[in-house]
Ligand binder design. Structure first.
Ligand code: GLY
Length: 372
């Protein structure tokens, strides 16, 4: 049973690593591993603050993955030799005007109905927790279980861990999936080389939708622009999310392993296809809102702006496990939760590859829920 994984981002590497640990020979094909959404992701592990009406199965999957995170990180750090910066200080969500506060109260009620750990904070209590918050904040929620990780460090760790487990990396683009007698037989690379495999895993993020050789998948790109800053040592304890007069922004501190004082501010949500432009308006809105929330952000060094694409599906849930082509497995469509869902995705898709069975937890996320 040989496996080719298309895509060397966080999801593809998690699948490849777990499959290799189960004794399967695995090759990852990617000409720029981690150059897609993994590079732009803020690294939030946020099942509670990302929870949405009607997405209870997704919430269960997200909570299951969050539960696996401490052990996953420890294992990646051990196997990959790279610290991946798991931060467990929780998340504060703040609002500015009456409408923001009404929205936060509705969120609180919804999260409580679902039995999630969340508490209401006065503005003063929020500032005790995060002293850099603006005095104009009207009130807040505290979500103790929503954490973060440094997505780029995690990617570097996974790359090393997968390599140590025997995963082979081929630096190339895939031209097509080869299907012979109705089942996957491998892939053809951009230079014409054929890689023979019993199973092909599609983990190409937003580019999973249109892959020659197999029927299109219901995955579309949703652009997110993000800012990376430096000089934020001590500015924030944990993640701060905000509604700033109706507009969402998040601020995620991270330790880049060099200066140890990074801050990520994100993100726009734009249906603009594969447009990678960082726009003046996008940067303006993110900076404006971040400075409203934490005025000290105006003192930071802006070191990077980047735009990438979330792989979105119609119900915001991922596509996991079998596809309509035997031998083609799916690990894509993670939309806003790719970093969070990496551990559980690696586990369930490796299980599917090794045994043909998909664990119950992942059953709601097979592609057939969207029809053919
Ligand atoms: N997970 C946050 C985002 O997609 O912007």
């Amino acid at each position: 049973m040989t496996v080719v994984v298309l895509g060397g981002g966080l999801i593809g590497l998690s699948v490849a690593w777990r499959a290799a640990q189960r004794g399967l020979p695995v090759t990852v094909v990617d000409d720029a591993p981690g150059g897609g959404a993994s590079q732009a992701a803020a690294g939030m592990l946020a099942p509670v603050t990302e929870a949405a009406y009607g997405e209870e199965a997704l919430l269960r999957l997200c909570l299951a993955s969050l539960g696996r995170y401490p052990a996953f990180v420890a294992e990646v750090e051990r196997a990959g030799g790279v610290p991946v910066g798991l931060r467990t200080q929780g998340t504060v969500v703040v609002g500015f005007d009456e409408d923001d506060m009404r929205a936060l109260d509705a969120l609180l009620e919804f999260q409580r109905e679902l039995g999630l750990a969340v508490e209401r904070l006065t503005a003063r209590a929020a500032r005790r927790r995060e002293p850099s918050l603006s005095p104009r904040v009207r009130g807040a929620l505290h979500v103790p279980g929503d954490h973060s990780v440094d997505g780029r460090a995690l990617h570097a760790g996974l790359l090393a861990a997968a390599g140590a487990a025997g995963v082979r990396l081929v630096s190339s683009r895939v031209a097509e999936v080869r299907v012979v007698d109705g089942r996957a037989a491998g892939v053809r690379l951009a230079d014409g080389t054929d890689l023979v495999a019993d199973a092909v895993v599609v983990a190409l993020g937003a580019r999973s939708g249109a892959l020659p050789g197999v029927p299109p998948l219901p995955v579309r790109p949703v652009k997110g622009q993000i800012l990376r800053m430096r000089g934020a040592a001590g500015l924030l304890e944990g993640t701060v999310r905000a509604l700033v007069r109706g507009r969402q922004v998040y601020l995620v501190p991270y330790d880049d392993g060099v200066t140890g004082d990074g801050l990520i501010v994100g993100a726009t949500v734009e249906d603009r296809g594969f447009d990678a432009a960082v726009t003046a308006g996008g940067v303006h809105d993110l900076l404006h809102d971040a400075i409203e929330v934490v005025p000290g952000v105006s003192e930071l060094e802006l070191v990077e702006t980047i735009a990438r694409w979330r792989p979105a599906t119609a119900d915001n849930g991922p596509l996991l496990g079998p596809s309509e082509v035997p031998g083609v497995a799916l690990a894509t469509g993670h939309y806003r939760n790719g970093v969070l869902l990496a551990p559980v995705t690696g586990e369930v898709v490796a299980e599917h590859l090794a045994t043909g069975e998909l664990p119950e937890l992942a059953a709601p996320f097979t592609a057939d829920r969207f029809g053919r």
